[in-house]
Every structure is written in C-alpha cells, then in structure tokens.
Design a protein around this ligand. Structure first.
Ligand SMILES: Cc1cc2nc3c(=O)[nH]c(=O)nc-3n(C[C@H](O)[C@H](O)[C@H](O)COP(=O)(O)O)c2cc1C
Length: 194
C-alpha cells in the first residue's frame, strides 16, 4: 500500500522549535542571597536523567531569574493548572528586575521541603532542584538541576496525571495557550488591560 505523498512547506529554521510545541508551561521560582524570591514562566524544560533524577531548563542569560540562579543555585519547578494561565503569561512577560510578580499576580509563596527557594501554593505539583551544571548553547543556557524533592496533589497525580481533573497550561507560541480538550485562547488582552 503506498502512502499518498503530501507537500510540506518549509517553516523557517527559526520557527522549528514551535514544531515541538505545545509544551507544558511551568512557573520556576528562584531566590537571591538576600531572600527575595522571583518567578518566571518556563516552557523549555525536560527530564534528562532518572538516576540520579535530573531535569534541564533552557533559559536566556538575560533573564533576571538567571542572575538569581547564579547567586543561589536552587530552583523549584511549580506546575500550574489552566486556571492560572493568565498569571503564567504575566510571569512570562514581566521581569523581576522591575516587578514584584508575587504581589502583582497574587501568587502565594510557601515553604519548600528541602531548598531555600519558595514553592507557589496555587500550583498542583512541585519539583525542587539544586543547580548542578550549566551549558551555554547558542542564545540559551541549559541549566541542569538535580531533583531533591517532588510532590503533587494526589487528586491530580497518582503515578500519572489524571486528565479528568488536571488541565495543564499548554503553550503554543507567543501569548497563545490551550489545554486538553479545549480551543487555544489568546491571552494578550490580559496584558493590555482589556
Ligand atoms: C509561556 C511562556 C514560556 C516561556 N518559556 C521560557 C523558557 O523556556 N526560557 C526562557 O528563557 N524564557 C521563557 N519565557 C520568557 C520568560 O518567562 C520571561 O522573559 C520572563 O519575563 C523572565 O522573567 P525574569 O526576568 O523575572 O526572570 C517564557 C514566557 C512564556 C509566556
């Protein structure tokens, strides 16, 4: 049986990352050595080892969070639900250099189990990490973290996510998000105060 050949158009090399989306958008918390915490949205994040448990996030060195990570090499990956999508967008479009994103979004800090960096209480799962190594790759830095604690709401995660309950924040591109079983929603109006 022959497969009907269809024509596929070049998307442009700079658009190639978006062929891998949607990615689950996470909220990553960091804290400087004086104790001030920050949060940014991170979609480029993957597990890279099971034993020892490690994950890697890709962040641009210009991010305020990267500076904090260099000061205090710990971070928490917080998993939000779709109900928090507008806050994820806000944390991904404003910098902690000139914004207190916790105050401005109402995201609440809580104590982590192992690291000094706070968790975000409204998120449904948390992965605490110690930064082990960084690798410069083009315009991003691959930050490899050793997982030191991981916990989740039992209603949402029991070995695997329960998609009847958990609605992930899925990032398509720019300010466009979707979740499971729903249409993509452009959240730009939130930034413009409409
Ligand atoms: C959904 C979403 C995902 C993002 N993913 C990443 C990412 O993987 N890496 C990165 O460097 N920036 C990413 N960003 C951009 C940062 O979150 C953004 O520049 C943020 O304002 C940086 O905050 P900071 O300067 O307080 O660290 C993302 C933005 C959004 C909205």
């Amino acid at each position: 049986m022959s497969f009907p050949k269809k024509c596929k158009e070049d998307v442009g090399l700079e658009d190639s990352p978006y062929l891998l989306h949607p990615y689950v958008a996470t909220l990553v918390t960091t804290k400087n050595k004086d104790g001030k915490a920050n949060v940014l949205a991170v979609a480029w994040i993957i597990p890279v080892s099971v034993n020892p448990p490690c994950l890697a996030l890709c962040i641009r060195p210009q991010r305020h969070s990267y500076r904090l990570l260099m000061e205090n090499p710990e971070f928490v990956v917080n998993i939000p639900e779709y109900a928090l999508a507008t806050k994820v967008l806000y944390c991904g479009r404003r910098s902690g250099r000139d914004h207190d994103k916790f105050n401005e979004t109402g995201l609440l800090q809580g104590d982590a189990k192992v690291v000094s960096v706070p968790i975000i209480e409204q998120c449904i799962a948390h992965i605490e990490c110690r930064l082990e190594r960084t690798v410069e790759i083009g315009d991003h830095i691959l930050c490899v973290g050793r997982v030191v604690a991981a916990y989740a709401l039992r209603t949402h995660f029991n070995k695997k996510y329960n998609l009847a309950v958990y609605k992930p924040v899925l990032h398509l591109r720019e300010n466009v998000f979707t979740t499971t079983n729903e249409k993509a929603e452009d959240l730009t109006h939130v930034l413009e105060g409409r």
